[in-house]
Design a protein around this ligand. Structure first.
Ligand SMILES: NC(=O)c1ccc[n+]([C@@H]2O[C@H](COP(=O)([O-])OP(=O)(O)OC[C@H]3O[C@@H](n4cnc5c(N)ncnc54)[C@H](O)[C@@H]3O)[C@@H](O)[C@H]2O)c1
Length: 248
């Protein structure tokens, strides 16, 4: 049976990924530090729960050991979004965001990659954000953490591909789940955002889960070192916001 570890597995996107991977025949371990929602997510999805902070390397190595297998797939999905203007953002918050979103992903990826390299197979998927390619106001260190993870994805692919691994990133756009849920609770914000997306809808956690399943599968065997944007087209729509002289 194929095995997968999904970090941040008790959150909105992590849960959807776990469900979809289990449907695809994976045994799934959820790595998350939120004990309450982790147990709930495990019960809901049928995945196994491991309480672990991805920024703590010894804890990650111990959880990997407890999982009992070198995973075929790692989905580095754990992340935090602490938004504040740069002039006001406490340095602890700035650092924490880099630590969880970037360093944590590296710790988990490397912990798995050492075994994957020995076996000569494995897939690593890093969940970034459209903030990795386009910044938003008041986003603090979040875009830098995600852009860093996108570049780290390329670096991992460069170093580990010849050793049998495939490494890609997935950049979600406006997803109606997880850390964006409070944001979209405001009907005015929700409607404006929906209209701004060329596909005219917010994304679903299943849109990301389906992308994970595709990139994890052999159907994506020649896709490597790539960041796949899953955003209904919003990140390429900037110029539609600007006035332009109408010409026939
Ligand atoms: N929801 C969106 O609109 C959206 C858009 C773009 C990118 N993303 C990215 O998708 C990923 C999942 O986000 P989500 O929306 O499901 O958010 P979420 O808050 O529902 O889930 C994130 C999970 O990560 C866990 N986590 C946080 N710090 C951790 C740590 N140090 N160790 C282990 N687990 C930790 C949390 O406990 C939580 O369960 C994140 O990386 C996020 O940046 C989300």
């Amino acid at each position: 049976m194929k095995t997968a570890i999904v970090t941040g597995g008790s959150g909105g996107l992590g849960r959807a990924c776990a469900k979809a991977l289990i449907e695809d025949g994976f045994r799934v371990g959820l790595f998350d530090m939120d004990t309450g929602s982790l147990n709930e997510a495990a019960a809901e999805t049928g995945a196994e729960a491991f309480v672990v902070d991805v920024t703590d390397e010894p804890a990650v190595l111990a959880a990997m050991e407890q999982f009992g297998a070198v995973p075929d797939l790692v989905v580095n999905n754990a992340g935090i979004g602490r938004f504040a203007p740069l002039l006001d953002m406490p340095i602890e918050t700035f650092r924490l965001q880099l630590d969880v979103n970037l360093v944590g992903a590296f710790i988990v990826a490397r912990a798995a990659a050492r075994g994957m390299v020995e076996r000569r197979s494995g897939v690593i998927l890093n969940v970034t954000s459209i903030n990795a390619i386009t910044t938003g106001p008041g986003s603090g260190s979040y875009p830098a953490s995600k852009a860093g993870l996108a570049k780290l994805t390329e670096m991992m692919a460069l170093e580990w591909s010849a050793l049998g691994l495939r490494v890609n990133a997935i950049a979600p756009g406006f997803i109606d789940a997880g850390l964006s849920t409070p944001f979209f609770a405001d009907p005015a914000v929700r409607s404006l955002r929906e209209q701004a997306v060329p596909s005219k809808r917010l994304g679903l956690s299943e849109d990301i889960a389906n992308t994970v399943c595709f990139l994890a599968s052999d159907k994506a065997s020649y896709i490597n070192g790539h960041q796949l944007v899953v955003d209904g087209g919003v990140s390429v729509s900037l110029l539609t916001q600007l006035p332009r002289e109408a010409k026939s």
